[in-house]
Design a protein around this ligand. Structure first.
Ligand code: CP
Length: 363
């Protein structure tokens, strides 16, 4: 499908009006490759909990990306699609983006939200168990998004829930919907990653600053990156730890054809990297610390002209604000796109994609 130039311009104007800065790739680029949505693929999410990035294969990620693009382009009215549904956003750990973007997504498709923004305002402060809290979610909502400091909380809650649960980040384990948002941004930027076989010399070299074994956003991002092995040359993990992968991720990486490298020399490697995924804190074996200067980026860094940077945010000194106005900045688009990806996810979980887009768009 060819998207008329006027529509592309309109979308760019809209992005400008919303004050977006940095790299704002056009969502219609994903649809140019394949405009039809495979409903049989999205059906796999029907009434399903989302707890891990490992639940997603390339097809499911791409179909969610296409639906997100239609939603972002406001092609079809979805304002009432979930008007009979309630989403509980239960955040037992602080969040700006995940909770607000899920709430924004739910409200945008007509749903209602109830929210826990601080565990201290719940029975947790009086020692209430997750088991009993889970029972209450069953009574008060149709889906629950949970963030928790403890890795085990998601599995524990799942035992008692009769409604779908979405993992909004559990301790050092996973943040699957962040990874969906990360890859939505990358698919808008280079849709050929998903649809073409890129000639070897143009395949991506990705740098990940962090420890996939212990950092949830990094782990979930890397898990999805491995799905695009045909179009990724190398992934280099930049970390001061001797074993940044840990057992589970090492096994996943060992079974992938992608070359996985390890380095401490980020600055000396910048000229080779097309995508850099970074985070605010480093896990260094005995706890979390902020990154040293060696792992920081600014407009002075010797990045390739077309390198893009992803960061789940919030940031600290590792990502200088002087990068914000450059084309390296895909991180704001990554956060912005999360709203559309989370709309797509909610519509799929509640089986409302059929009601939201015309039949001839579905195959
Ligand atoms: N990306 C992310 O998880 O941000 P928040 O902690 O603000 O939700």
């Amino acid at each position: 499908m060819t998207i008329p130039a006027a529509k592309v311009a309109k979308n760019k104007d809209r992005a400008k009006k919303r004050g977006q800065i940095g790299n704002c790739p056009d969502p219609s680029r994903i649809l140019e490759h394949d405009p039809k949505i495979r409903i049989d693929v999205l059906d796999r999410l029907r009434n399903t909990s989302v707890v891990s990035a490992a639940q997603f294969d390339k097809d499911l990620l791409v179909e969610l990306g296409k639906l997100s693009a239609y939603l972002q382009l406001r092609k079809y009215p979805v304002r009432k699609a979930l008007e009979d549904k309630i989403m509980a956003a239960a955040f037992f750990e602080p969040s700006t983006r995940t909770r607000l973007s899920f709430e924004s997504a739910m409200l945008s498709v007509g749903g209602k939200t109830i929210s826990v923004a601080d565990a201290k305002t719940t029975g947790v402060a009086k020692g209430e168990s997750l088991r009993d809290i889970g029972q209450m979610f069953n009574s008060y909502a149709d889906v629950v998004v949970v963030r928790h400091t403890e890795q085990s909380a998601i599995a524990e809650l799942s035992e008692y829930l009769r409604i779908p649960l979405i993992n909004g980040g559990n301790g050092s384990d996973e943040h699957p919907t962040q990874a969906l948002a990360d890859w939505y941004a990358l698919l808008k930027w280079r849709p050929e990653i998903a649809f073409d076989e890129i000639p070897e010399k143009f395949r991506l070299n990705i740098g990940i600053i962090g420890t996939p074994g212990n950092m949830r956003t990094v782990k979930s991002f890397l898990t999805l990156a491995l799905l695009f092995h045909k179009n990724i040359n190398h992934i280099t993990i930049f970390s001061e730890m001797a074993d940044p992968l840990g057992d589970d991720m090492r096994e996943l990486c060992d079974n992938s054809p992608i070359g996985i490298n390890f380095s401490r020399d980020l600055q000396g490697s910048l000229e080779y990297l097309d995508v850099i995924y970074m985070n605010a804190i480093a896990f260094l074996g005995d706890g979390y610390r902020f990154y040293s200067e060696d792992f920081q980026l600014s407009a002075e860094s010797k990045l390739k002209d077309d390198t893009v940077i992803l960061h789940p945010l919030a940031r600290s000194d590792e990502l200088a604000v002087d990068l914000d106005d450059t084309q390296h900045n895909l991180y704001f688009n990554q956060a912005d796109g999360a709203v559309w990806m989370r709309q797509a996810l909610l519509l799929s979980i509640f089986d409302r994609v059929r009601n939201s887009v015309p039949d001839d768009l579905l195959i």
